[in-house]
Ligand binder design. Structure first.
Ligand code: FAD
Ligand code: NAI
Length: 478
């Protein structure tokens, strides 16, 4: 007898990078799998892929590329002897390209669901009680249904955090979705929060012509990055015209007829005010458990509202797991994906594992910033004896040919064992270069290992090799 239609081995609630990848891996492992996701396109069609695909990683990188092309055409091309006359920008066309890329990704995920025989339910999923050992999930929306699941993976992601008592209005006070959808370049753009979104979106609109000011609460700039990288980034961003003020305290945000005024105290405590045409608020994100029915089944949240999980992503409920932005740890798409795969594999009796210490971080500004492992300040604080080696892109032939010589690669290695403890890159294609550091750390490599590996010439990766040589004081090209 075939199983009832809505009875599943695994139901994944949320179809972002955590959820849809978890569903695919579950299906590959032979589980009868369903995925529920409520993201909807303007025409009412489903738009799986979550924040990442719809209003995060993918559209932001599309606009970063478009705006970088524009900036290069306006400034960098002249140095190559390429003259561009009548340079103009069509923001609506730029946004339409971004929207097409998003839709391609949505459709790609729907195709992957079909290919892997995953039942997709378009709508909002909520716990509706239990049925013996199984869980009941009610789906409200176009794909309304009652599902019964032996195991549930919660992957409901996150949503933007607003300033206290200052709501996003989608017009002048914008969250990430609004920041990706402005149909004209604002003359004056304010950004609250100099984190990843603030720097990426601030860069996009600055390149397109906005006068951008970023207001950051913390006294330090990019506190999570290695200090030398953060200092270099701040210097380079200032040179580009991205104004960043740290140590501010926002005291009020007032809407005018067509603008928005931010009142704040500066680092010295003096009151200041600045008026913008648009304001992006990017001060972090909060877990999304709205309407999940957590209370109905006693799913425990932690003190910050994240679904509480152990190291294996198991919640307080039997056979209920949670992954991605809705649980502790970095809010990164690849972290969500890795947790999704790890949970699926554990369900199949395998040994899924995610090592937060080897998760790469990337900020897609220009220059790009990327790192993996420990920073110098973390090693110092932990009292770890280490050796550091750096190599600047200004001494790298490929970077010179690219005309992209800002920044450096830095490798940190244990002083006694030479094992790589961290790699930090600010410069061209840092997002790609960092993979070598991730692989090296996953394999427990030493700086000497990287130094002895043949790297293609001329390539940016030679800067990584040289940084590894520099750890031992035997850099070749400097
Ligand atoms: P999400 O992607 O948030 O997906 C959750 C999904 O579940 C959503 O579709 C949501 O609608 C749905 N959902 C929620 N509740 C329910 C429910 N009850 N029933 C049904 N469906 C539900 N990370 C990177 O690694 N690299 C980047 O370059 C990057 N860029 C970013 C740029 C921006 C502007 C933003 C905002 C984020 C960016 N991130 C980036 C972070 C990344 O988007 C998130 O870490 C990632 O999307 C988290 O994946 P997730 O699957 O946990 O959740
Ligand atoms: P974030 O945590 O990166 O940065 C928020 C910044 O706002 C911090 O520097 C914080 O000190 C500051 N801040 C907080 N409250 C403030 C206040 N009241 N006034 C002024 N500043 C304040 O968060 P962000 O940029 O919103 O991004 C959210 C998440 O999305 C991040 O955790 C990140 O992991 C993810 N993301 C990842 C990207 C990538 O991997 N390239 C790109 C964009 C987002």
């Amino acid at each position: 007898m075939s199983a009832p239609q809505n009875l599943f081995d695994v139901v994944v609630v949320g179809g972002g990078p955590g959820g849809y990848i978890a569903a695919i891996r579950c299906a590959q492992l032979g589980f009868r799998t369903a995925c529920v996701d409520d993201w909807t396109r303007a025409d009412g069609k489903p738009a799986p892929g979550g924040t990442c695909t719809n209003v995060g990683c993918i559209p932001s990188k599309a606009l970063l590329q478009s705006s970088e092309n524009y900036e290069h055409a306006g400034h960098a091309f002249a140095d190559h002897g390429i003259e561009v006359k009548g340079l103009a920008i069509d923001v609506k066309k730029m946004l339409a390209r971004k929207d097409r890329i998003v839709a391609q990704n949505n459709d790609g995920i729907l195709y992957l669901f079909k290919k892997n025989k995953i039942a997709f339910f378009h709508g909002r999923g909520a716990f509706a009680g239990s049925d013996g050992d199984a869980w009941k999930i009610r789906v409200d929306g176009p794909g309304a249904a009652e599902l019964v699941a032996a195991r549930v993976i919660v992957a409901t992601g996150s949503k933007p955090r607003a300033l206290p008592a200052i709501a996003f209005d989608g017009e002048r006070i914008l969250d990430n979705a609004g920041a990706l959808a402005m149909t004209a370049v604002p003359g004056r753009l304010g950004v609250v929060g100099a984190g990843v979104i603030g720097l990426e979106m601030g860069s996009v609109w600055r390149r397109l012509g906005a006068k951008v000011k970023v207001l950051e609460a913390l006294p330090a700039f990019l506190g999570a990055a290695d200090e030398s990288v953060a200092n270099e980034a701040r210097k380079l961003f200032a040179r580009q015209g991205l104004a960043i003020e740290t140590g501010v305290g926002i005291t009020a945000v007032a809407l005018g007829n067509s603008d928005v005024t931010v009142s704040y105290t500066d680092a010295a405590g003096a009151p200041q005010a600045e008026t913008f045409d648009r304001l992006i608020v990017s001060i972090g994100r909060i877990p999304n458990t709205d309407g999940l029915g957590a209370e109905a089944v006693g799913l425990a949240l932690d003190e910050r509202g994240f679904v509480a999980v152990d190291a294996q992503c198991l919640t307080n409920l039997p056979n209920v797991y949670a992954i991605g932005d809705v649980v502790r740890g970095p809010m990164l798409a690849h972290k969500a994906e890795e947790e999704g795969v790890a949970v699926a594999e554990r369900l199949a009796g395998l040994h899924g594992h995610v090592d937060f210490n080897t998760l790469p971080w990337v900020i897609y500004t220009s220059p790009e910033i990327a790192w993996v492992g420990q920073t110098e300040q973390q090693l110092k604080a932990a009292g770890v004896a280490y050796r550091a080696g750096s190599f600047p892109f200004s001494a790298n032939g490929r970077a010179r040919a690219l005309g992209d010589t800002a920044g450096f690669v830095k490798i940190l290695a244990d002083a006694a064992t030479d094992r790589i403890l961290g790699m930090h890159v600010i410069g061209p294609f840092a997002s790609e270069l960092i993979s070598e550091g991730v692989v090296a750390m996953e394999f427990g490599a030493s700086a000497e290992d990287i130094a002895r590996i043949c790297h293609a010439h001329p390539s940016l990766s030679e800067a990584t090799k040289e940084a590894a040589l520099a750890v031992d004081g035997r850099v070749l090209n400097l």
